[in-house]
Design a protein around this ligand. Sequence first.
Ligand SMILES: N[C@@H](CCC(=O)N[C@@H](CS)C(=O)NCC(=O)O)C(=O)O
Length: 235
Amino acid sequence: MADLSAFPITKRWPASDPTVIQLYSLPTPNGVKISIALEEMGLPYEPHLISFGTNDQKSPEFVSLNPNGRIPAIIDPNGPDGKPIGLFESGAILVYLAEKTGKLIPTDAAGRYEVMQWVFFQMGGIGPMFGQFGHFFKFAADKVANNSYPMERYRDETKRLLGVLEERLKGRQWIMGDQYTIADIASFPWVRGVDVFYGGGDVLELAKFPLVKDWVARAAARPASVIGLNVPKRD
Ligand SMILES: N[C@@H](CCC(=O)N[C@@H](CS)C(=O)NCC(=O)O)C(=O)O
C-alpha cells in the first residue's frame, strides 16, 4: 500500500485509495485541464474539492503541496522510480501525465516540442490574459467604471490570442492536426470559460472566430470532457 503520509495535504484531504493519483482541484479552466486529461488517459484518480469559498487553496495543508496556493495540484503515488511525487502548475502536470502514459502527445521528438510550444503558449498567454480579461470584465467591473483602459487592454489581447488560435486551426481539426493532445486540453477550457464563466462572448466577438468556436464544441463534447468538466463536483 502506498504511503502518502509525507504529504501534509493528505491529513486534511485523506486518500481513500492511496494507490491512485490524488487530484486537488475545482472545476475552473485550470482545474478541469487535469480531470479531462486523466479521463482521456483512463488513469484512475481520486478527486478532492478545494473550495475557494473557504479559501482552502491558501490553507497550510494545501500550500504544503503548492506554495503558490492555487489549484490544480496532484500527488502520484507511483511517480518516477516508483516513488510518490507531488506536482503543481497545470502545464507541468499535463506534460507529466502525457509522458507517464505516452498518451495525448506525439511520439516523435519534433512533434513533442511542437505540443510543448502550444502548451506554453496557453500557460504564458491565454491563461493569464483571458484571466485578466475576466477579472476586469466581470469581477472588478465596478472598480474600473471610470477607466476603460484595463478592460480594453485585456479584451484586445484576448481577441488577438483568439486570432492566433483561429489561424492555427485553419485546415486542422485539433491544434496538432489529426491528433488530440494536451495542447487542446490546455486551451479549450479557457476559451469556453471566457464565454460560459465570464459571459464575454459578445464583447470578444467570438462569432468572428468560427474555427475556434467549432474546435471548443468538438473538444467539450468528447466523453472525457463531459465528465472532466465537472470534476471535482462542487458542493
Ligand atoms: N499557472 C497556474 C494557475 C493556477 C490558477 O490560477 N488557478 C486558479 C483557478 S483557475 C486559482 O487557484 N485561483 C485561486 C486563487 O488565486 O486564490 C496553473 O496553470 O496551474
